[in-house]
Design a protein around this ligand. Structure first.
Ligand code: F6P
Length: 365
């Protein structure tokens, strides 16, 4: 009889990790299990699609669809936000939460224990894909609450969350695709779990995820090309030129418009993702959000040996200025991201002065 492969469950994996830190209280593991439970719940809701009468299209059309009990149904991103807050405000691990769906930080309700972590999340990223049955996901980032917040147990403020991504304790995402997966980093590599629908357990299926270094795939919303800055134009033009251009090889392009799915593809088979700063709307320095999109994905990608950048600096080095700050983001296979950074650092071709006319040239005294 063929032996089944022994796979760790998420709980077993977390216990194994905790053994490496004998002083650890177990609070972090409890938080991860709460987050995983929220993701399992969202996976179930998403899987019912139109049957749940909660698609965002239906809700928008009807100003909130009505379910069989005659109650108003909410769009899935709102439901997912409630799932995240409900599963994470009770067990005493968090000092406060913040989400794409809430303008201000969420306070742990009076009467519930408060803990030492800050949980920041995008409960349903890529939600415009829900109505077309394309993969979506949840993204989360864990920070430590400032000592003084933990000691006083006071309400959290926006300022408590404004920590650079390099201070993340953990980050992850759940991908609701053909299978539901949970991908996680606690700062020592990246691991991936697949939800076993029979057991309702996340099983460790990808024990050491590494972004492949070589790639011939890039992802960008090309409809924005007229708004791109010169370094991005140059990079994409060179990819499009393929074998006949300076890269000397053909590239393939992908755009799912669901960053979690895009990040997952890059973790599995390499590539580069760009949602760079552009000139489309000068009031928006990029499309994606720093705290709950760019930072967690950046942390995962870097832990998997890739690179994440604004194009000008490592994204994890940026000190946030507001909870919902947007930023330009480029991530994926290290050499490609470094090349894009190099293009940003080099003076634009038009600004380059021919060596003959430069400072110490033949034509200067
Ligand atoms: O809000 C983020 C998001 O949905 C990402 O998941 C995705 O990469 C991006 O927006 C898609 O943007 P666009 O609609 O411009 O292609």
């Amino acid at each position: 009889m063929m032996a089944l492969p022994h796979r760790l469950t998420l709980t077993q994996y977390l216990i194994q990790q905790r053994r490496r830190f004998p002083g650890a209280s177990g609070n972090f593991n409890a938080l991860m299990l709460d987050v995983a439970l929220a993701c399992k719940s969202i996976a179930r809701t998403v899987a019912f699609g139109e049957l749940a009468q909660a698609s965002s299209a239906a809700a928008n059309e009807l100003g909130g669809a009505i379910n069989v009990q005659g109650e108003a149904q909410k769009p899935l991103d709102v439901i997912s936000n409630e799932v995240f807050t409900t599963f994470n405000d009770w067990s005493g691990q968090c000092a406060g939460l913040a989400s794409e769906e809430m303008d201000d930080p969420y306070q742990i309700p009076a009467g519930n224990k408060r803990g030492k972590y800050l949980l920041v999340f995008d409960p349903l990223d890529g939600s415009s894909n829900i109505d077309v049955n394309v993969s979506v996901g949840s993204i989360f980032s864990v920070l430590r609450a400032p000592d003084e917040v933990v000691a006083s147990g006071r309400d959290v403020t926006e300022a408590d969350f404004l920590q650079p991504g390099s201070r993340q304790v953990a980050a992850g995402y759940a991908l609701y695709g053909p299978t539901t997966m949970l991908v996680l980093t606690v700062g020592s590599g990246v691991v991936g779990f697949t939800l076993d629908p029979n057991l309702g357990e996340f099983m460790l299926t990808h024990p050491n995820i590494q972004v492949p270094t070589q790639t011939h795939e890039f992802a960008i919303n090309a409809s924005n090309s007229r708004f791109w800055e010169a370094p991005i134009k140059r990079y994409v033009d060179e990819c499009l030129a393929g074998k006949t251009g300076p890269r000397g090889k053909d590239f393939n392009m992908r755009w799912i418009a669901s960053m979690v799915a895009e990040a997952h593809r890059i973790l599995m088979r390499g590539g580069v993702f760009m949602y760079p700063r552009d000139t489309k709307d000068p009031s928006k320095p990029g499309r994606l959000r720093l705290l709950y999109e760019a930072n967690p994905i950046g942390f995962i990608i870097e832990q998997a040996g890739g690179r994440a950048s604004t194009g000008r600096q490592p994204v994890l080095g940026v000190t946030p200025s507001s909870l919902h700050q947007r930023i330009g983001l480029v991530f994926g296979s290290k050499c490609e991201v470094e090349r894009i950074e190099r293009y940003h650092a080099e003076p634009a071709k038009s600004e380059q002065v021919s060596p003959l006319f430069a400072e110490r040239s033949l034509f200067r005294d």
